[in-house]
Design a protein around this ligand. Sequence first.
Ligand code: C5P
Length: 394
Amino acid sequence: MKRILLIVGGGIAAYKACELIRLIRGAGMAARCVLTDGGAQFVTPMTLAALSEQPVHTSLWDLKDEAEMGHIQLSRQADLVVVAPATADLVARMAGGLANDLATTLLLATDKPVLAVPAMNVRMWQHAATRRNVAQLRADGVTVMEPDEGPMACGEHGPGRLPEPAAILAAIQTALGGEGQAAGRLSGRHLLITAGPTHEPIDPVRYIANRSSGKQGFAIAAAAARAGARVTLIAGPVQLATPPGVDRVDVETAVEMAAAVDAALPADVAIMVAAVADWRVAAAGQKIKKQGGDPPRLTLNENPDILATVAGGERRPALVVGFAAETERVIDHAVAKRLRKGADWIIANDVSGDVMGGGHNLVHLVRDTGVETWERMTKEAVAERLVERIADAI
Ligand code: C5P
């Protein structure tokens, strides 16, 4: 059984550590907790002890603790040390190599991998000192998760929220070398993934676009690569880093995306996540000028349906997965879309809320055998689960 030493720092996100302990144990691992003085202002040792069913350690100067289990031993007995929430102060002390309480002493003494999960106010996260400290920790070999973006307990908005416990669990599994449930299960397979929006030029300086961020498609590409697949990611215009081990082809328009997809075939699995523009504009060769009178009329032509083309083509991958972003009657539309497009599976999601550009997704997996509704989770967790389902199916 894998053992996690969980260091809980002093931030409001400490309450999420309680849920994390439940997830860690639910995944068949043991959790032992260390609470900083600050952490103890937000959750009690009793809470963590009850959830972990293990003693909770709070002080370097506890004679009973030291007699039973020296702090060095505590730091080495675990398979992985997780710091969640890692506050700005804790990150700074870790980066500086301080050992002025039990948590930092353990972190300095450990010979095990360390996963730090920061949570702090957006300005603290963006402060030059924190940027420096995070860079130092990464240079020292600590895995530092990126915080989530969104509303924060302090009333501000931005990056700094503790990632959801499910995403932390996925990072724990990756750090333990298990790389999630699907580790190595897709090795030898080629996955072709489209992601992001397309831009359809109106003239040399203007275009029609949509609100797709590309986050879900990139997360699927990352999860598939972690599972050992060869991944070709055809990306529309997005500002996202290429996940490790992924071959990326950047395109702008739907026509370019269709050509790039065709060039990347054959593949074992195609996952068409991109929000492809349905129409392209008969674009003007020069910038359209205001000339008084009527506004210009745009002539629209239908774009190729990449998903339907791949699903109906001669080099059809064994498994073709489409996405359906809907704002009403989500499942009905997805069931119809699966048949109309010839896809094997459709992942349907309701995009009437904050899904586009956000970090979370609530999806339904529509297959010929029925519909599975997944709980709301991060886009990374959706990706992880989809990759598991794919590995089960092929
Ligand atoms: O028809 P609709 O755009 O709702 O279908 C969504 C699915 O079809 C997505 O999987 C998307 O990537 C794919 N699609 C495509 N080419 C298009 C339009 C949509 O591949 N031209």
